[in-house]
Design a binder for this molecule. Structure first.
Ligand code: TRP
Length: 332
């Protein structure tokens, strides 16, 4: 059966090595499968929940779009657009909001975590710092998904609850107004790599330990040299397991290259030398996409054009569907 895949990327940061292997690469590969339809979008309304710095949000939108394009997403096949270019999404969000139990939102992990932090820090207001945007975040996400009747939604484990909420909301709507929405399923990719960052913790913007995908050669070298290792001397055998450098290399190298590096570890390669190999490899792999990325970033109007086309194509689906939804709720 033909499946509709859909996923969103919150536009609050600069794409790094971990984002590529964990999300961008599998999504681009999946979009080449002609049996399926893929919708990939920049979740820039979601970005406003976490980030109130306009320069950062707009820079991140550009960088993320340029990354997907530079890495080879075929935007004639996949639908690639910005959430904020689809006015039907906030429209649907409101309609869904009116069918969403407040109690359901009370149970959202992301919201509860902030409440817990407030309680733990002895704050008198458990809702301190919580906007209605954060609270209603899962409803906007449900609208993203239901708008396109997506059946499969590739996400990280932290998003599984949001998918359950989207199903819940869709079911409630369908039950009351008629079967309009497909019930979406989360797709958790178990075999994609989760990379560690410079300090050995998970590579993440929030830990400030990332290696951006597209930095100039010199900077890339400098960052790789900074990856945390241990005090083993040259000549001493090194353990390739639970080793950040090896992990990053493995995510970007082929089997033979990884086998050779494991042997080099066993043979006691010096950390500096291993890092040099990793740098040279990454630099070679990223050279061409980096050129495309830099060219795109220098001509943001090209990116804009692609996104506008993507939004127009996406709206071919959502304009007629929205008319049906409006009719179902009595707003035709
Ligand atoms: N909330 C997702 C995240 O932070 C991003 C996102 C927004 C999303 N809308 C979506 C993912 C719809 C999948 C489907 O990762």
């Amino acid at each position: 059966m033909k499946q509709t895949y859909l996923t969103g990327i919150t536009t609050t940061g600069t794409p790094h090595l971990g984002n590529y292997v964990g999300a961008v690469r599998p999504a681009i590969e999946a979009s080449r499968d002609t049996d399926n339809t893929s919708f990939y979008f920049l979740a820039d309304y979601h970005a406003l929940i976490k980030c109130h710095d306009p320069a950062l949000v707009s820079q991140s939108r550009l960088e993320i779009a340029a990354t997907w394009l530079a890495m080879g997403l075929d935007t004639d096949r996949a639908y690639f657009y910005r959430q904020s270019d689809i006015p039907e999404i906030p429209e649907l969000t409101w309609i869904l909001t009116c069918m969403t139990a407040k109690g359901l939102m009370n149970r959202a992990h992301a919201y509860k975590a902030v409440v817990q932090e407030n309680l733990d820090s002895g704050d008198s207001d458990p809702d301190k710092g919580i906007t209605m945007g954060l609270y209603a975040y899962p409803i906007l996400m449900a609208a993203d998904i239901l708008m396109f009747n997506a059946s499969k939604v590739p996400v990280g484990k932290d998003q599984v609850q949001h998918l359950e909420m989207a199903r819940d909301i869709a079911q409630r709507f369908n039950h009351h107004y008629g079967e309009l929405f497909v019930l979406p399923e989360a797709v958790i990719e178990d075999d994609v790599a989760v990379l560690s960052g410079l300090d050995g913790r998970k590579m993440s913007k929030s830990y400030n330990n990332t290696i951006p995908l597209f930095v100039p050669e010199k900077k890339l070298r400098k960052l790789i040299m900074k990856i945390k290792t241990n005090s083993l001397e040259p000549g001493e055998p090194k353990d390739p397991e639970n080793n950040t450098l090896m992990e990053i290399y493995s995510a970007y190298a082929n089997e033979a290259q990884v086998a050779a590096m494991r042997q080099a570890y066993a043979d006691g390669i010096a950390w500096g030398e291993a890092k040099q190999i990793v740098f040279e490899h990454l630099n070679a792999v990223l050279a061409e996409p980096r050129e495309r990325y830099d060219a795109l970033m220098a001509q943001p109007e090209k990116i804009e054009h692609v996104l506008q086309q993507g939004a127009a194509r996406a709206r071919e689906h959502c304009v007629p569907f929205m008319a049906q939804i409006r009719k179902a709720v009595g707003l035709s």
